[in-house]
Design a protein around this ligand. Sequence first.
Ligand code: C2E
Ligand code: MG
Ligand code: MG
Ligand code: MG
Length: 283
Amino acid sequence: HNAKEQGVDIRRYVPLMQMKAKERLKLENDLRRALERDEFFLVYQPQVQLSTKELVGMEALLRWQHPKRGLVSPAEFIPIAEESGLIVPIGEWVLTTACRQNKEWQNAGYRPICVSVNLSMRQFLQPNLAGKIAEFLKRIGLDPCYVDLEITESMTLDKEKAFEQLKRLKDLGVFISIDDFGTGYSSLHYLKNMPIDRLKIDRSFVAEVMEDSNNAAIVSTITSMAHHLKLKVTAEGVENEDQLQFLRQQRCHEAQGYFFSKPIKAQEFENIFLKPTIFGLPS
Ligand code: C2E
Ligand code: MG
Ligand code: MG
Ligand code: MG
């Protein structure tokens, strides 16, 4: 056998797991350079108040334009970024970029709205997070009330640590939301005591809300509980009029989903959702 043939043979025996690890390592290395190579961008999805149909916020979502692979989904690269720790600088880029954009739009004279940013576990656990955010917002002149930080239930498993961190963030004046609510594990005790402002009902419940009576019961229960606890409640993944109608009946405050818009680039968001309101046209 010559070397070339051997090479082919060996590759055939590389276990699948190892191939995946190799692929993952490659992606991690690419991710390491993505920030400096300016390969990230943000897309924004509108959040609509159901009682008034008014635009009240937007969620900033991260996108990675890979030079060879094309657009890589966050579902694919966020877990790698989390495990490698790269999520900390990347998350900081997301937060500062989204806040700067929001301030820019306020400066342009558009009616102020809130920007939601997803925090990762590692970001959330940084001891100086609140201080860093406070300093940054002061520097760019954005009022903290226009910033919403989305965390997940799993980030609050260490109750004491989470409580302290949330308290610091709340004292700063930002809004706190629990993302993907209902998919994690959180006790009512925890909900009662955590300094949070809003529950975002996971889109898996909203998706089948008209077909699956269990989902309807879950959405209805979360909404009613939020009302009782004086929390805001937002439905994620609203794709059609029927779901919207159901959510309105439940007195859900806000909704987000493809029914209104997919997440879109800043310029497009400005053209479609911000510009019309400056001339007083219906949004
Ligand atoms: P998420 O925070 O729950 O964001 C909502 C996801 O649902 C987004 O997926 C959005 O595009 C999608 N979505 C919105 N409306 C609909 C709908 O009507 N139907 C369906 N089928 N999907 C809808 P995306 O952008 O792919 O992000 C996936 C997840 O990746 C996010 O879930 C979030 O957990 C994470 N992620 C995205 N950007 C960031 C970021 O900057 N930092 C961190 N830590 N995580 C992020
Ligand atoms: Mg989110
Ligand atoms: Mg999220
Ligand atoms: Mg979610």
